[in-house]
Design a protein around this ligand. Sequence first.
Ligand code: FAD
Length: 499
Amino acid sequence: MNNPNPDYDVVIVGAGNAAICAALSAWELGASVLVLEKAPSYHRGGNTYFTGGAIRCAFSGLSDLKILIPDMTLGEEDSIEVGEYSESQYYDDLMRITDGLADPQLSQALVSKSFNTLKWLQELGIRFVPLYGRQSFKVGNKHKFWGGLFVEAVGGGKGLSDQLFRLLEERGIHISYETKALRLVTDSWGEVKGVVCLSPMGEKEIRANAVVLACGGFESNAEMRTRYLGPGWDLAKVRGVPYNTGDGIRMALEIGAQSYGHWSGCHAVAWDVNAPNYGDRKITDLYQKHSYPFGIIVNINGDRFVDEGADFRNYTYAKYGKEILFQPNRVAFQIFDNKVKHLLRDEYRIPQCTMVQGDTIEEVAEGFGISAERLLKTVEQFNSSVQGGVFDPTKLDGKKTLGLTPPKSNWALPIETPPYLAYAVTCGITFTFGGLRINEKGKVINTEGIPIPGLFAAGEMVGGLFYYNYPGGAGLSAGSVFGRLAGANAAQHMKPTHE
Ligand SMILES: Cc1cc2nc3c(=O)[nH]c(=O)nc-3n(C[C@H](O)[C@H](O)[C@H](O)COP(=O)(O)OP(=O)(O)OC[C@H]3O[C@@H](n4cnc5c(N)ncnc54)[C@H](O)[C@@H]3O)c2cc1C
C-alpha cells in the first residue's frame, strides 16, 4: 500500500559510512532523504571516523588503482609494486578466514561490487591515496604492497568522514543530529512506513516510503556484549563511539527480522592497556598495536599464547583481541628488539603508548611486573627454536620456529638485540559480527525468509559476512557496497516501475 503522506521517500538511521553511502545513492535516484543521527554534530561520524580509512577492494593491477587515484604521478607509479587482488582472491580470503562460513551470496556481492563502489565514491569526490605506511614495505627502491589492501581515504577515517559529510551537505541532504531512532512504524500489512525517534524536541514519528538502518552493531552495549559474546566481554574497551548499542538490530528484530551471522563473534584487537573506555577522537585508531608479527606476545606470567606470525597481520589482528581478553588481568605485552624497531607502525610512536624500554629482558619484565624468570626462559626457548631462512615482511616468508608451542610460523627472528621494547595491551572491541539478514539488494529478510517491505540495512549491523575473523579493510568496503545498494533500492521501493 502506498504511504498516503510520507515526510520523506527514504529515512536513513545513522550517519557513518554505510548510512551516508545509502543517503547519497538514494538521493542520486531522486529520492528525498533524511538522515537521523543519535550523536551530536561534534561527535558525528560513527566508528567510521575512528578508522584508518583503509578500504579493501578487488583490482586487476596498477591501471585499476589509477582509476581510484587519478592524481598518482609517474614517479609514484614507478616506485610501487602492487600486483593484483582479484575478486576470487578477495572471496577466497573471506572464506578462508571465516572457516568457510561467510554467506556466499553476500560475499559474492561484496567482492564483485567492491571496485565499482570505490570508483563511484571517487567520482563523487572522495579522494584516495596508496596506503604506504601500513600496507607496504620498502624493498630496494620499491614500495611493495601486501595483504590485499592498497587504498585509504585521504585523511584516514577522519578524512573519509569529513569528505562524506561534505557530499551530503553539498546536496542539501538534511542530517538531524541528537535524534535517536526508537522503533519502526509498520502498517497492518507489516510494511515499514517510518520510524519513531527521540530528539531534544521530544518524541516524533517520521513517515517514509522506506527506512534504511545503518546504525552499527552492539559493540558499545556492555549488557548485549555479555549476553551474546559471553562473560568477560563487558570488560573490553570499546575502540569507537559509545552510540552503537544495537538499537537498529533490536528495532528490526521487534518487527520480525531474521537474526543472522556470528552473534557470539566480534572484531577485537590489541589496544593500549591505558586507552580510555571508548574511542578518543584525537587519537582514533592509534591505540591499536598491530606490529606483533615482528616480535612476540606474552602474558603477565611471561608465556606466549598465540602464533604471532600465523598470517599477514590483517588476517589475524581482528581475532587476537579475544585471546588477550582471556589472559590473566586481560593484559598482554608485545616485545620487540631493536633490529625490528624501524618496522613498527606509526601507532608505536605516539606519546600515549604504555611502553617500557630496557637493555635487558629482565629490565623490561620488571618494568611491567611480568615474571622475569619465566620471560627469560620464554625468550631463550623462542630464540633457540628459530629456524634459518630469509626474513621478508612483504610475504609469508616461512621463517619459523621449530618444536615450540605455540609456534611462530613466519617472520621469526631471535630477540637478542638491545634495547628491548615492550608495549602493554588489552582487548579493544571494534564491532560485532551478528546482526540482521539482508539479501543482495540490502532488503531485510524476515524469519520466514521473505523481505520486509520498506526495510533495508547496511554496515556493521548486517550479519553473515564475518565469522571468527575478518580481513582488514572489509568493514568500510561492505558498508559502502551494501549502503549504496540499500539506498538505491530504498529509493526505488515505492516507484511504480518497481516489483
Ligand atoms: C578504531 C577503529 C578502526 C577501524 N579501522 C578500519 C579500517 O581502517 N578499515 C575498515 O574497513 N574498517 C575499519 N574499522 C571498522 C569500521 O569502523 C566499520 O566497519 C565501519 O566504519 C562501520 O560503518 P557503519 O556505517 O556500519 O557504522 P558507524 O560508522 O559506526 O555508524 C553508525 C552510526 O549510527 C549511529 N546510531 C546508532 N544508534 C542510533 C540510533 N538509534 N538512531 C540514530 N543513529 C544511531 C551512531 O551514532 C553512528 O554514527 C575500524 C573501526 C574502529 C572502531
